[in-house]
Design a protein around this ligand. Sequence first.
Ligand SMILES: [Mg+2]
Length: 216
Amino acid sequence: MKLLKEIKIISFDVDGTLIEKGFNDLIWYKEIPSLYAKKERISFTEAHKEIARKYEKVGEKNIRWYDINFWLQSLNLNVKWKEILSKYEDKIKLYPDVLPALKRLKKKFPLIIITGMPTELLTPKLKKIGNYFVHSFSTISEFKNVKTPSVYLKICQKLKVSPEKILHIGDHWEFDYLYPRGIGIKTIFIDRENEKKGEWIIKDLRELESLLNKEM
Ligand SMILES: [Mg+2]
């Protein structure tokens, strides 16, 4: 049976899948270290090193890692997320293949978003992408967790659909590919650097449609 016939819903990760990573890097590795350097009266390079160390210490499996307000508060940076956002909002960029693919896919499937980033960061990005999704789940805001297998199960329950009927596409090997696959969701890994090769690996969304016609 073709994948196309097997699935009922297509789910997307956001950062690195639909939205270029540059915006996140600007916030986490430029703006925050700059603010920190100013506050601590140290060089940007020093601040960058220190901040990167702090991020690493928390780690991407901890929800705080994604929580912009946690970082602004814990680093005592006297600035609101909204101010940073208004400074950089126009730097949110979509990969060029995203809109044509979403336009076509929307006609055939309900599309959803499953992201680990909190709503504050998701909302401006969704605004940029447009109205293609019937649901968007921010696992941090809604389930206080990263994209774990149990979070994926909860999402299936909310959608009232069995995991096998969902196809999820994302760029994180564990959070988007292995974990959902482990509970029966069909997964595709998107590698925009085109370094990984494999059966369920694509480099952009143009390749998705031919994969949908593949026999399972
Ligand atoms: Mg991602």
